[in-house]
Design a protein around this ligand. Sequence first.
Ligand code: MRU
Length: 356
Amino acid sequence: MSAEPAEATLETVGWVGNASDGFVQLIDQTRLPTEFTRIECHDVSSVWEAIRVLRVRGAPAIGIAAAYGAVLGGQRALNDGADMLAGLRAASAHLRTSRPTAVNLFWALDRIDRTAVDASGLAPGALLDRVLSEAHAIAREDRAMCRSIGRFGADLAPHGAGVLTHCNAGGLATADYGTALAVIFSAHEQGKAVHVYADETRPLLQGARLTAWELQRRGVPVTLICDNMAAQVMKEGKVQLVVVGADRIAANGDTANKIGTYGVALLARAHDIPFYVAAPSSTFDLSLADGSAVPIEQRDPREITAGFGRQTAPEGIEVYNPAFDVTPASLITAIITERGVIHPVNETAIRAKLGT
Ligand code: MRU
């Protein structure tokens, strides 16, 4: 087991060593909150597996992991004396099949692919160095975007607010600091007395295992609730705003995020509570007019029938297990990005803020 860092900052996913002999290192999020362990990935398939089984998860973090994972494909080609560009391309193509919904995965691999083509005239070792620099840039830029999201979002959290969040959009889901949790961390650091209600987030419990852990270690007051308690907590007047992350935002603002987010947005509307999405520009997919075409990942039924190793449903039961849902833009009060707050949420305002 690796030592948990004493400082607040988490290096969720990173690269250790040089391009020619280094490796990907990441926090194994399947072991939290009881064990803090970092694992090493020395080949493309172990990065693919880490993304697939959610050792690394959260839209920006899987993009960063995939970018570093592609470097491992190039490294293999370098050491085998094989074609570098082909090695990088094959790795990128394979990593694209790990999970379908978070657009950051495809966005990061597009950057890697473009970099490789642009630098294809270089000697193989220099080309690989260039691709690793691009992966580092993706991670570095994400860190900066998260801090900026925190600064813009903190203004929306009044002193003394109860804040409900769903799933984990924290440091573990990004290079560091998070998106939805950045808003909360930043408000807390400004001295605002925020109190978080964290949905546990069935079936994989990212809220209970990861969000509660992150908030607790940063000293932010947090109360864990089951997903089906959110309505009651709102009715009791404990929640003044909701803030969640995103996996893919269509051009009109429809937002795919962890299954259950849509229900939370409906509850917020029914209780007249503002519902905010916090996401970097890398999470927008302006090629989709609306959320109807977002690919929704379907996961293993055993996550529901035998989560964490104990059978809780009858043998042979039919199960439906979509990992994400789409919240219509009409339910979203504003989207908090690193470039500022988008309000109202519509295509014109989104394109104006993103400069496209
Ligand atoms: O299945 P997961 O754990 O990868 O789902 C993560 C989420 O839904 C997050 O809210 C989203 O990726 C935003 S992360 C900043």
